[in-house]
Structure formats: structure tokens, C-alpha cells
Design a protein. Structure first.
Length: 191
């Protein structure tokens, strides 16, 4: 479950050096997410061009997540309750963790989910990551591990570059605020 929240941040983290880690245009990616011993989950991630906003929904989860990276907040939406809770995510951003001061190494190329991508590896004092990334900044395959060995992986099964409407990033009308959440209290981040 932790990877369900952390991996999307990894998917659109801006890096100072190559490779491009944010999509240059709107994109919706269907992924299979692997996290620890949990069974794989199907997750759909819609990313705004430039990576500032994301919408994450899992087929097996009764919730979705709206991420506003510039504000450092994610809104966990619970449609059944017509409610949401906010989570401060700034400190979980991979730029401050695994990718902080990372050294990138370029590898070969692959063809995944109908697109060509380049393999990259990143290593830092906080952990390691590897990904196959398109020239346009879309991660088609990726995995990461922090220095304690905890991590996860994603594999794209489909990619759609259709423009996304502005409402994609907005809280639905009529949803009420249930108050802030903590990833630590939910067991989704180390205390």
C-alpha cells in the first residue's frame, strides 16, 4: 500500500540532470504496482504535462488520490462517503529521498506498453531506483528501494496521451473535508 502513494511521486519527480522525469504532455498510464509481499494492484495514473498534478485510482481500492506537488499535498478521496482527507506529502517526495543527489547511469532501450524507453539507474545515499523512461518523460517501468530495502515497482500496461480536462485535478463538488491524515498513522510511511 505504501508504494501506491510513494511511487506516483517518483513517477513525476523533476530532476536537475538527465533523464527527464516529468511528462512533457498530459498522459494517463495504467500500471501494475508491486509493493512488498502484497498482491499486485492495477493503478491508473493521470499526470498533467509538467508533473505538477496527478490523479491516482486503483481498481481494487475504494478511493482515489489527487496530488498537488507544488502545494505538497495529496487529497485522498473516498467517493462512497463523498469525503476527502488531506495528507502533507512534501517530505515524502523522492527528490528529498532516493533521488536527492543521485547519480544517474544510462542503459539500453526497450519497447514497453507500445512505446520506446531508455533504461536509467539512480543511486544515492538514500537508496536506488531504476526506470525505463520515454524521451517525453513517461516512466514505463520502474522500481525503487530505500537504504533499508523497502520499495516497490511499477510496469505500464497502457499509455494514453489524450489531453486531460482541468477538472481532473479538482476536488469533486459536494465532497466534505474529514480532516488531515498522516501516512505514519495509516501505516504507509515509517514513523
Amino acid at each position: 500500500m505504501r508504494a501506491f502513494l510513494i511511487l506516483p511521486l517518483l513517477l513525476c519527480t523533476a530532476a536537475v540532470s538527465a533523464p527527464r522525469l516529468v511528462p512533457v504532455r498530459d498522459v494517463t498510464i495504467d500500471y501494475v504496482v508491486h509493493a512488498g509481499d502484497a498482491r499486485p494492484q492495477a493503478v491508473r495514473v493521470s499526470i498533467e504535462a509538467g508533473g505538477a498534478h496527478l490523479r491516482i485510482a486503483g481498481q481494487d481500492l475504494p478511493l482515489s488520490i489527487l496530488v498537488d506537488r507544488p502545494a505538497g499535498v495529496a487529497h485522498v478521496l473516498v467517493p462512497l462517503l463523498r469525503a476527502y482527507s488531506s495528507v502533507d506529502i512534501a517530505r515524502y517526495d523522492p527528490e528529498r529521498g532516493v533521488l536527492r543527489n543521485a547519480k544517474f547511469t544510462r542503459g539500453g532501450t526497450e519497447r514497453l506498453a507500445g512505446g520506446r524507453c531508455t533504461d536509467w539507474r539512480a543511486a544515492s545515499a538514500s537508496g536506488t531506483a531504476s526506470a525505463c523512461i520515454t524521451e517525453g518523460g513517461v516512466i514505463l517501468k520502474g522500481e525503487f528501494a530505500n537504504r533499508n530495502g523497502a520499495g516497490g515497482a511499477v510496469l505500464a500496461t497502457s499509455v494514453d496521451y489524450a489531453p486531460l480536462p482541468r477538472w481532473t485535478w479538482s476536488l469533486p463538488a459536494g465532497f466534505h473535508d474529514m480532516g488531515p491524515l498522516s501516512l505514519e498513522k495509516l501505516g504507509l510511511a515509517p514513523r
